[in-house]
Ligand binder design. Structure first.
Ligand SMILES: Cc1cc2nc3c(=O)[nH]c(=O)nc-3n(C[C@H](O)[C@H](O)[C@H](O)COP(=O)(O)OP(=O)(O)OC[C@H]3O[C@@H](n4cnc5c(N)ncnc54)[C@H](O)[C@@H]3O)c2cc1C
Length: 478
């Protein structure tokens, strides 16, 4: 079979493009080297839908940041994932920083971002009493929001697949050639043929472009370490708190995540290794030393988990989105921050590029814009919980005690495509609480093993060789 479109890379960008494509009567496949979508940079970020005023308007990043920001309400509504415009404050600790706040406000207003206001200390102390008294003013942006980025990826993908998209996971694209009309992608699972190829391979987009013979840019990884804090601090601040930005960085933030717990980070450090997701003592110290002068109630003792993500920074420092000299090959590369924010707008521009490149887009009358919303048992009223548990007793059995996640929710996550422990964790929160999976991991493994008919020692944390237990024979044979 020859597909109309093959997308390489199932991050938020590939998933957003896939979902938009399925509004039309075309055949498409998404190819992803990891077991599940969203397992690259898209699961390891701050989860902020940026307000729209941070990036200069004369860049592609700046244009798509604001366009993308405005599209998240409709997307979240249709696909039933969590998104909330909690707002942000960029704070000034000295009079020297006030001109930066004014510059950001002006930049936003020029782009059409509504509601940007500079709040003085008295208002700030009323709105956010746990901010340091050293803060003299802040720019308030009500348009800033938070999402669980992996939840958005899963929802986009689930919707795209119910509308006809093919998904090939655990599939590494190793080479590509074209005869001028049809692209042949050599993958770890064999050849895939397609008329158009969308290169949305994140950190590896320069390598994919090189394989296609259009490698005229480079990608460098810029690492960001993030630190998640205990629920004890829930509500300490209600809005995302940014320090005053410098010319190279937005700085270290305090982020109330969509789930309400706080996260602090990220760092920004150029690294050589595109797979290096390690966190460091120095990174942690830098993060906590940066946020404590802004929100003094935060302590490193409250950290329950840490992770790192890698931004795919292109040599142009801007997004690279467009057709190439090879017919049918389209780059969507260098999608560093605010790539999550811009994702829906990027998907729209890619569809336009496809059309301009000759792909016929006839509307699919059977397109279903929504998916069924997953049940969160613990947040239901008692009567509904009792009814549900009577109908399906698996909802009455709690597996994750920290986050109160039932077996029914885990079975549903597996039905929707979870193949790994992280796939369950990111869909349900099982394993995300204070004990970090100490109680629920073994039961989640059993449920995966049973559903996918896979021996327990082949169940992994996040695919590849991230096994959790070893087979008895393997241990005995040593
Ligand atoms: C620490 C940090 C914080 C951030 N915070 C924010 C934020 O708050 N707001 C915001 O808007 N943006 C933020 N970003 C940026 C945002 O996360 C990225 O812009 C976005 O996730 C990029 O998505 P992507 O789909 O391009 O890349 P990815 O998610 O990396 O997806 C690319 C996919 O391609 C796959 N792939 C690669 N090579 C191959 C191959 N050969 N064959 C098959 N598959 C392949 C990978 O496995 C991967 O899944 C942050 C980034 C970091 C690192």
């Amino acid at each position: 079979m020859v597909y109309d479109v093959a997308i390489v890379g199932g991050g938020v960008i590939g998933c957003a493009i896939a979902r938009e494509l399925m509004r039309y009567r075309i055949s498409a496949i998404l190819i992803e080297k990891e077991s599940e979508v969203g397992f690259g940079t898209s699961k390891a970020n701050s989860g902020i839908i940026h307000g729209g005023h941070h990036v200069e308007p004369d860049t592609l990043k700046g244009k798509l940041e604001w366009e993308g920001n405005q599209m998240w309400d409709a997307l979240a509504e249709e696909l039933g994932f969590g998104f909330e415009r909690i707002g942000e404050l960029t704070v000034a600790r000295s009079h020297d920083e006030i001109p930066t706040l004014e510059r950001l406000q002006k930049r936003g207003q020029e782009k059409g971002v509504p509601g940007l206001e500079i709040w003085q200390q008295e208002r700030l102390q009323q709105e956010e009493p746990h901010l340091s008294e050293d803060i003299i003013a802040a720019l308030h942006a009500p348009t800033t929001g938070v999402v669980n980025p992996y939840e958005a990826c899963f929802a986009l993908m689930e919707n795209a697949t119910i509308n006809g998209l093919d998904f090939s996971g655990d599939t590494l694209v190793q080479d590509l050639q074209t005869d001028g009309e049809i692209w042949r992608l050599q993958t770890s699972k064999g050849e895939i043929a397609s008329r158009y190829v969308i290169n949305a391979a994140g950190l590896f987009a320069d390598k994919i472009a090189e394989m296609a013979g259009v490698g005229d840019f480079t990608i460098s990884p810029r690492k960001g370490e993030e630190y998640l804090l205990d629920k004890r601090l829930k509500g300490l601040v209600k809005r995302i708190v940014f320090p005053c930005p410098t010319p190279v960085s937005k700085g270290i933030l305090v982020i109330p995540t969509y789930d309400g717990t706080l996260m602090v980070g990220p760092t920004a450090e150029m690294v050589d290794d595109r797979e290096d997701l390690s966190t460091s003592k120095a990174g942690g110290e830098h993060v906590f030393q940066s946020v404590q002068p802004i929100v003094p109630g935060i302590s490193p003792r409250d950290c329950i988990a840490e992770f790192a993500g890698l931004r795919a920074v292109s040599n142009t420092e801007d997004f690279i989105i467009g057709p190439t000299s090879k017919k049918g090959f389209i780059n969507v590369a260098g999608i560093q921050s605010p790539g999550l924010t811009a994702a829906p707008a990027i998907a729209d521009s890619v569809l336009q590029i496809l059309q301009e490149s000759g792909l016929k887009l006839a509307e699919n009358d059977e397109f279903q814009p929504g998916i069924s919303k997953p049940i969160h048992f613990a947040s239901l009223p008692t009567e509904e919980q009792m009814e549900l548990a009577a109908k399906d007793p698996s909802y009455g059995r709690i597996v994750c005690r920290c986050e109160l996640i039932s077996e029914g929710e885990i079975r549903d996550a597996i039905r929707r495509g979870a193949r790994t422990l992280d796939g369950i964790k990111f869909r349900t929160r099982a394993g995300m609480g204070r004990c970090q999976g100490g109680f629920c991991t073994s039961r989640c493994m059993e449920l995966l093993s049973e559903a996918w008919e896979t021996p327990i020692h082949e169940i992994t944390k996040r695919g590849g060789d991230s096994w959790v237990v070893r087979a008895r024979e393997e241990v005995q044979n040593q």
